[in-house]
Design a protein around this ligand. Structure first.
Ligand code: C2E
Ligand code: CA
Ligand code: CA
Length: 576
């Protein structure tokens, strides 16, 4: 053999061994891989099976002769897609991927295909890989579920609702149609949570959600926003799907008591606010806000109510927010001040004391009525800070009068106390600390409370009142006759004074039955040992009549309007 031949042989051997080596390497890599591969060689028209084959397919690797065998194993839904990708060369594409499931295995399989073509566009080889993506698919589905669904009710969540509402409004814009949003809030849901427990609360929400789910169709989107809030969007609300019919169905869902696992039952109502595109607003986010604001109005109207969008409601809401902001500032800058309205004893004509009435001088120099800002302060909690300030101011003012004038032992300063303020834990301690700080007698203080304070927890309130009464403080029942006014409960309350509301005083002269009621209130009050005082007396005739039917004390514009600290100081000087 020639040297050249020898050389060529050793070159070939070397090349062969190199080829064998890389083939081996490829096999090893494929074998440790968790994926399976099919290599189709178009030159020798052979299919080579590599990698983790048996993990995916119950076909012996040697017996695979056609890719159709794999297609046969797939679930029906994937047959077409899988056939397409496994025969990708028919389309002339070079790359594609497809996810499918097998009939006999709980796997999500991702198949990728890669093809190399020659210059004439004939395929040279094709690689098909199979990977198990079950874990990722499940995670993805879960993530997607969590992103769009509420896990408690299985309804759509807020995110999805907002997204879809945007699309609905867009569609309505193009088609010149309408979208209604219903903001639904369960009434007194806190009572379910507090009274029965959180788990039962969740159960109730779940049942309501289940009931509302039945309202869903192509144009009605039902979602659970949070806790006890649901939102429904209705596209093109007309005919059978009108808002009225949706509300009717909501009422039907709510009309049955919800049965709980523990055997208990809960009967609930909802308050609903409705806003509409394009009438209320053209902005989809604002649509939800407006529906929520009018829902609050439905609640204020006494719950179990529906309120449709109405601009004045929104304006009031906005102005309340502005007042809220200003009030925070006023509390810091001390723009509040006290007025005092005299109260007189009808038998002697002597000054009994004064009712303290708070005032607010706004930035514009106007005096804002407590009827405007007290309810807001009660809602946002500012009443606690304001109430503390009022108590200190009243006690401090009284201590100044007390030092200066004689005969102040029987003088009463009546301070209005909001239910929220009275229920606050530190109320008793604070009041007593102020009485001590200004070194006055607690017997000069009368607290005016209203019946609403007893609504939630009568015993606890009475207990608190007793502590203060033992200390020497008096209680007056304000606005008597306007609340739930059950006369029988009066007997059990540790009060000293009954304050007959102005609404009775207004009609006492002109209306016989009002006079009868006033008379019997005064009678009863005396029998129970209470002091009586009529408020809002504006005319002499009212004064005389009330005096004649036995009313012991009178307060009203007729005898004196609310006035400043100095005015009362002057009144006391005249008396000295
Ligand atoms: P209220 O406790 O029933 O106070 C009586 C209201 O009737 C006062 O209104 C008083 O100015 C007014 N008034 C008195 N006599 C007459 C009269 O002859 N004719 C008419 N038309 N009105 C009369 P004001 O001061 O505007 O207070 C309104 C309400 O605001 C009070 O009703 C009370 O609920 C609340 N409020 C006032 N000051 C305070 C306070 O310091 N603390 C708390 N928590 N609430 C207060
Ligand atoms: Ca009062
Ligand atoms: Ca009153």
């Amino acid at each position: 053999m020639s040297d050249t031949n020898n050389y060529q042989i050793s070159l070939l051997t070397a090349m062969n061994s190199k080829l064998a080596k890389s083939e081996n390497m490829l096999k090893n890599i494929c074998n440790i891989s968790e994926d399976a591969y099919i290599y189709v060689d178009y030159e020798d028209k052979k299919m080579h099976v590599l990698g983790n084959w048996s993990y995916f397919f119950d076909i012996e690797a040697d017996s695979l002769v056609s890719l159709g065998q794999i297609v046969d194993l797939a679930c029906d839904d994937y047959l077409e897609g899988l056939h397409h990708i496994l025969n990708l060369e028919k389309t002339g594409e070079t790359k594609a991927s497809f996810e499918f499931k097998l009939r006999d295995k709980q796997l999500n399989i991702l198949s990728r295909v890669n093809i190399l073509y020659d210059e004439a566009k004939f395929p040279l080889w094709k690689i098909i890989s199979f990977s198990d993506v079950t874990k990722y698919t499940n995670q993805n589905e879960e993530l997607q579920y969590m992103a769009y669904y509420d896990t408690l009710t299985g309804l759509y969540n807020r995110n999805y609702f907002v997204m879809s509402l945007n699309e609905m409004v867009e569609k309505a814009r193009i088609n010149n149609t309408v979208v209604s949003v219903l903001f639904i809030d369960v009434d007194d849901f806190r009572k379910v949570n507090d009274g029965m427990g959180m788990i039962e609360g969740d159960e109730v929400v779940q049942s309501i959600g289940f009931g509302f789910k039945a309202l869903m169709d192509d144009n009605v989107l039902v979602s659970h926003f949070n806790s006890d809030v649901f939102c429904i969007a209705v596209y093109d609300p007309m005919g059978r799907r009108s808002v009225d019919s949706i509300i009717e169905q909501i009422r039907t869902v709510m009309s049955k008591p919800f049965k709980l696992v523990n055997g208990k039952e809960a009967t609930l109502t909802v308050s609903i606010g409705v806003a509409e595109y394009p009438e209320s607003t053209s902005n989809y986010l604002e649509l939800i806000n407006l529906a929520e604001i009018v829902m609050l109005k439905a609640k204020n109207k006494g719950k179990n109510n529906v309120q449709y969008y109405d601009r004045p409601i929104i304006d009031e809401f906005i102005s309340n927010i502005e007042i809220e902001k200003k009030m925070e500032k006023a509390l810091k800058e001390q723009s509040f001040f006290m007025n005092y309205q005299p109260q007189y004893d009808t038998a002697t004509g002597k000054l009994r004391g004064v009712e303290a009435l708070v005032r607010w001088r706004s930035d514009e120099g106007k005096t804002v009525s407590p009827e405007t800002f007290i309810p807001i302060a009660e809602k946002n909690g500012a009443i606690l800070t304001l109430g503390d300030w009022i108590i200190e101011e009243c006690i401090s003012d009284f201590s100044k009068w007390n030092e200066k004038h004689i005969g102040m032992d029987d003088f009463l300063i009546s301070i209005n106390v909001s239910s929220i303020q009275f229920k606050n834990k530190s109320f008793v301690k604070y009041l007593i600390s102020m009485i001590q700080k200004y070194n006055i007698s607690p017997t000069n203080i009368e607290l005016e409370i209203t019946e609403s304070v007893f609504i939630d927890n009568m015993e606890e309130i009475i207990h608190k009142m007793r502590i203060l009464k033992d200390f020497g403080i008096r209680f007056s029942m304000d606005d008597f006759g306007t609340g739930f006014s059950s006369l029988s409960y009066l007997r059990d309350l540790p009060i000293d004074t009954l304050k007959i509301d102005k609404s009775f005083v207004d009609d006492v002269v002109t209306d016989g039955s009002t006079r009868t009621i006033a008379e019997s209130i005064i009678d009863l009050s005396k029998k129970l040992g209470f002091d009586t005082i009529a408020e809002g007396v504006e005319h002499e005739v009212q004064y005389s009549l009330l005096k004649n039917i036995g009313c012991e004390n009178i307060q009203g514009f007729y005898l004196g309007k609310p006035m400043s600290f100095e005015d009362i100081d002057n009144l006391l000087s005249e008396r000295d």
